[in-house]
Design a protein around this ligand. Structure first.
Ligand code: NDP
Length: 365
């Protein structure tokens, strides 16, 4: 069955370039510069072509509403707050997270070319989408890229019933020679909140161990999670070592929130006087120049060997393939760039809504 068959009757399959052009136009109309609109559109559409629909164009309305309500500044201008040979720290002045992340990661790569490795932090930013977009920028410079952000609180600490930690994602990308690069890109919660919302919409139950209700007890009812509960940290309950995911999430928030002076834990997106307030998110990026440690060719060849040992290990009964993080996404990317991006009915309807409200004469469905 092709992906086209899988799309709802009222959904659509859109060529990647056309979708990107549409998203870019949308950002232009709400006051984003040509260059920044291009970057933001690329980050969103890249999520879709890699099969991460939860963080692609389905979220476009969130950014547009944020700009229109004055919660996100459409003119992203990074201010350098502090710099050393191997570090830099920027204030994004409440601009778009995608633009702030793109610029900060590129700055990090530039510094790592001179210093061997570099770290760049950002405060006062907004939701930056998929963490993997930024780590992967390092690949073409033959570096290992690292990207992290904190996020709004949706996840409960181990033994708590209060959703006060973010789903704080982390991504690490490392190049190989003939093999696809390793690209780990993951939330530090068992699942993103989107999966709970989807289950509720479908009237389905969720697996025990994904989330808790408002009393802090594991539940299979998605509505009970959305009404005062929260998702569990990576691993799940304490019996499944969920405290490790809890620790990872906190580590990311220390780097993105505490170290930068951005918001952290439940202070992220906390309303002020009952009204929505700017998110003040923090991001943290790293670039490691491989040549600082080992000849590049040697590293890449060893990565191939490393990947092959993993992939050729004995398969579990009933399984015929072992994957490397990022592999499925590269395959999805190849197919979607060629055949177009399938969008479900709800996403198509939200894009139509944006198009009609902003009066953009582009993208027929
Ligand atoms: P997934 O659970 O789908 O995947 C996590 C990682 O595991 C990916 O690198 C994936 O690579 C890899 N993986 C999956 N299956 C296998 C397998 N069988 N073998 C080896 N590796 C595997 O991702 P999440 O739901 O955790 O996150 C989805 C996205 O949401 C990410 O892009 C993340 O950055 C983003 N996010 C953003 C937030 C924000 O606030 N900005 C907050 C939370 C999440 P592959 O898919 O290629 O197999």
């Amino acid at each position: 069955m092709t992906e086209t068959n899988l799309v709802d009757a009222a959904g659509a399959v859109i060529p990647a370039a056309k979708l990107e052009e549409f998203v870019k136009k949308v950002f232009r109309v709400v006051g984003v510069s040509e260059k920044d609109a291009q970057i933001t559109a690329r980050v969103l559409v890249q999520a879709d072509w890699r099969g991460i629909e939860s963080h692609g164009v389905a979220r476009l309305s969130r950014y547009i509403t944020g700009i229109q309500n004055g919660l996100i500044n459409p003119k992203t201008k990074l201010k350098l707050v502090k710099e050393t040979k191997a570090t830099a720290f920027f204030d994004a002045a409440n601009g778009l997270g995608q633009v702030a992340g793109h610029q900060a990661m590129n700055y990090c790569i530039k510094k790592a070319k001179k210093s061997g490795a570099a770290w760049v932090a950002v405060r006062n930013s907004n939701h930056y989408g998929i963490a993997g977009y930024y780590s992967m920028l390092a690949l073409k410079h033959n570096m290992i890229g690292i990207s992290m952000t904190n996020s709004r609180p949706l996840c409960v600490p181990t033994y708590s019933r209060e959703a006060i930690i973010g789903t704080n994602p982390i991504s690490v990308a490392a190049p190989a020679d003939r093999e696809q690069p390793f690209v780990l890109d993951m939330a530090t919660s068992v699942v993103p909140i989107g999966k709970i919302e989807v289950a509720k919409r479908k009237g389905a139950s969720i697996p025990l161990g994904w989330a808790v209700d408002k009393t802090g007890q594991p539940t299979t009812d998605p509505a009970a999670v959305l009404e005062g509960g929260g998702v569990l940290p990576l691993g799940g309950t304490a019996e499944f070592s969920g405290y490790k995911g809890y620790g990872l999430s906190v580590m990311i928030d220390i780097l993105c929130g505490v170290l930068t002076g951005a918001s952290f834990l439940s202070l992220v997106e906390k309303p002020v006087d009952g009204k929505p307030a700017p998110a003040n998110l923090g991001h943290f990026f790293g670039a490691i120049n491989i040549k600082s440690f080992r000849p590049l060719k040697e590293f890449k060849k060893t990565m191939d060997l490393f990947i092959n040992i993993l992939k050729n290990s004995a398969k579990a009964e009933g399984c015929n393939r072992i994957f490397i993080a990022g592999e499925k996404e590269f395959e999805m990317e190849e197919s979607r760039r060629k055949n177009g991006i399938p969008l479900d009915e709800k996403t198509v309807s939200s894009l139509k809504d944006i198009r009609n409200k902003l009066g953009i004469k582009f993208l027929e469905f």
